[in-house]
Every structure is written in C-alpha cells, then in structure tokens.
Design a binder for this molecule. Structure first.
Ligand code: FAD
Length: 360
C-alpha cells in the first residue's frame, strides 16, 4: 500500500494548483490522473491576468516555446448580426493551449504523479480513503472535472444537473487554412445565440485556431454549432471546414448543488461547479479553489472551505438587479440582451468589462 497525506484525483489546473500550494507543507502529496500528460482538454484556452498572478507564473518564462497570445481587443456580436470591435489598448487576457498549460503546471507542482491511472475503486477506512486497493490517503481532493469520480461518490449526479454543454475544435492551421482565416490573434471573436443562452467563439493563437460554442441548454447543440459555423463562413471569418468538434460540459457557479466539503474530502474546480456564469471562465476559479483547498489542509480545517470559497468567489454583484430580473419573463430578457449585444457601449461596458474581465 502506498500512503499519502493528500491524494488529488485529477491533474488539471485545480488539482495541480492545490498540489503546488502544498509543495512546502511537508505533507506527502500525489496526483492521480487517468491521462498521460501532455493531454488535450476541450477548452477555449482563454485566461485572465489573475491566473498568472495567483500561480506566480512569469509570462516570459511561460511563453518560451509555448503558445502565449496576448489579447488586446474583442469582436462582439450576435450570430447573424454585424459585430462591434472593442479595443482595450493593452493586453487584458491571454490565449494558451491547454495541453501545454496543464502540463507546465503539473510538472512544476512538486507532487508525486500517478498518471495514466484512472480511479477505479474508492473505499473508506477509519483514517481516510483507500483508492484502487493500493493507495491510502488521509485527505482526498476531488479535482477530476465535471464528471469527477469523487464528486459522484459524494452525491453529484452529473446527468441530472443543468450544465453548460459545449463543442469545440482546436487545430493547427495549414497554409491554405491560414490564408483563408480572417480572425486575428489579438482579437477573439464572440457571437451570442439569438436566445442568449450561449455563445460561439473563434479564437486564434498564432497558427492555432479554436472554434467552439457552449450553451446552457443541451437540446440541439449540434445544430447551433452548425449554424454558427455557417455564419463564420458566410461572413468570411473562415472559408474552410474545421475538424469535427469534441464535446464537454461544466457547471456554472450558483447552479451547482454539489457538496464541496465533507468528511475527509474537498471538491475543487469543475468538480465543485465553479465556472463564471456569463463567460464560462473556469480556469481561474479552478486555480483559486485549488489554492484555497491547500490552505485548509495545512490549517487542518477542511470544514471552513465551503464558507471561504463562497467568500472568495462571491455572491451576486447586483442582487437587486437579479431579483428584479427574476420577475421578468426570460424571453423578454433574452430579446433585450440580444438587441443590446451588438451596441458598442453594451458590448464594452457589460460584455467585455463585466462578464468577461470582471472589472469593478
Ligand atoms: C468547450 C469549453 C471551453 C472552455 N473554455 C474556457 C476558456 O477559454 N477559459 C476558461 O477559463 N475556462 C474555459 N472552460 C472551462 C475550463 O475548461 C474548466 O473550468 C477547467 O478545465 C476546470 O479545471 P479542472 O482542473 O477543475 O478540471 P479539468 O481541467 O477537467 O481536469 C480534470 C482532470 O481529471 C482527470 N480525471 C477525470 N476523471 C478521472 C478519473 N476517473 N480518474 C483519474 N483522473 C480523472 C482528467 O483526465 C483531467 O486531467 C471551457 C470549458 C469547455 C467545455
């Protein structure tokens, strides 16, 4: 039996951040992941500056030999309408590739890595857990993403939750695709669905293109993706068919009822359901929750994690507005927002500043 103080199940940003924050704790920590790294992860790969500061990542060091695309503007609109360009005049976000980023975080985190090893069995023992009948751990961190086996074990039923579902393709463009792509690296393009229940994106990072669409509604996702690709082609943003997309899902913070802390375990990242509600940004809250979980382990106080996580990620900024909105028919809100999204002031002040960059 291999014995650890902490076993982290999942080596994405949530799990590796937790391990990284425990690297000087004196605790014996391991990360178990079913995949061998570097591995692909369905994701746009857009990160905001606090990701770098929270993890003390030197942008220059990171950018050496890896994709690191500064973002200085956004193109915002609705599918089928004319978009507006919002120039932020300085880098306000970055584009990374998840197979590089997650591998970078995992390799420097200091934990023992048990890769290519899915969690198969999980049993309780008096002082903790037994995993796969060969690993003992006092504390278990569920960092296995939306379908995390630890989250499932403590009651999550992913198939019944109202998650965001998404499809995405990321690929290196060949010479002909490069010549037929009008999307600029410094300007991700975001196009909202007519009912405002999701949006599509077209995000270039050097020669890499990332195209996807996510919706808070799992019906007819493929036909929304098809419509979006048709729109991109009809407007000349791309003049070729991207490869077949891959799908995934995540829960928005506020929609999740998962119990993030319990006897001998904590859930972090997508396993806890923490993505920002309007943008779907999940990497930052995954990292923040991983760091917070580590601090609670060191403090020997897992019970305070739930409350501190709520404090960190915050409740609603505009509770009065949300309360007011709850009394309006959803169709009215969607139609209003759909009309506003192509207006410059709304795209800048609300979509970019508030929804995507969390500006005060
Ligand atoms: C299409 C799409 C686009 C997105 N775009 C963005 C974006 O641009 N920016 C952003 O901030 N967020 C984005 N997100 C959200 C973001 O991808 C997630 O919030 C983030 O990856 C969560 O990190 P995590 O570490 O919690 O989980 P993950 O990154 O999912 O990592 C979980 C790890 O657990 C492992 N695992 C799973 N099951 C097991 C098991 N049984 N045994 C062992 N290991 C297991 C997996 O192999 C994986 O490595 C997007 C999501 C989707 C679906």
């Amino acid at each position: 039996m291999n014995c650890y103080d902490v076993l982290i199940v999942g080596g994405g940003p949530a799990g590796s951040s937790c391990a990284w924050a425990l690297r000087h704790s004196g605790l014996k920590v391991a990360i178990l992941d079913k995949q061998i790294f570097p591995r692909d992860k369905v994701c746009g790969g857009w990160i905001t500056p606090p990701v770098l500061t929270e993890l003390e990542i030197d942008p220059e060091e990171y950018a050496a030999g890896r994709v690191f695309q500064p973002i200085t503007s956004f193109r915002i609109g609705a599918i089928g309408s004319t978009p507006v360009d919002i120039d932020c005049r300085m880098p306000v976000s970055y584009g990374i590739r998840r197979r590089e980023f997650d591998d970078f975080l995992l390799k420097r985190c200091g934990a023992e890595l048990l890769l290519g090893a899915p969690l198969k069995t999980l049993e309780r023992w008096p002082e903790g857990w037994i995993v796969n009948q060969e690993i003992q751990a006092r504390v278990l961190i569920g960092a296995g993403g939306h379908f995390c086996p630890i989250a499932r074990r403590v009651g999550a039923k992913a198939e019944y939750e109202s998650a965001v579902v998404a499809q995405e393709a990321e690929f290196v463009m060949d010479a002909s695709q490069l010549a037929n792509c009008q999307v600029r690296g410094d300007t991700p393009e975001l196009y909202f669905c007519a009912d405002m229940r999701g949006y599509g994106w077209c995000f270039r990072k050097g020669d890499v293109l990332n195209i996807g669409l996510g919706r808070a509604d799992l019906h007819r996702l493929s036909s929304h993706v098809h419509e979006f690709l048709g729109f991109l082609k009809s407007t000349g943003r791309i003049s070729f068919d991207p490869p077949a997309p891959h799908g995934h899902a995540y829960l928005l913070y506020g929609d999740s009822t998962r119990d993030v802390a319990g006897d001998g375990y904590l859930l972090v990242g997508d396993a806890a359901g923490l993505a920002y509600s309007q943008s779907g940004e999940g990497i930052l809250p995954a990292i923040q929750s991983g760091l917070l979980a580590a601090s609670r382990i060191v403090a020997g106080d897992l019970g305070s994690y739930r409350g501190l996580l709520e404090k960190k990620l915050g409740g609603s900024r505009y509770p009065w507005l949300e309360a007011f909105g709850r009394h309006l028919p959803p169709q009215l809100i969607s139609s209003l927002a759909h009309r506003l999204v192509g207006k410059r002031w709304f795209a800048q002040r609300v979509v970019v500043d508030q929804w995507f960059l969390h500006a005060a």
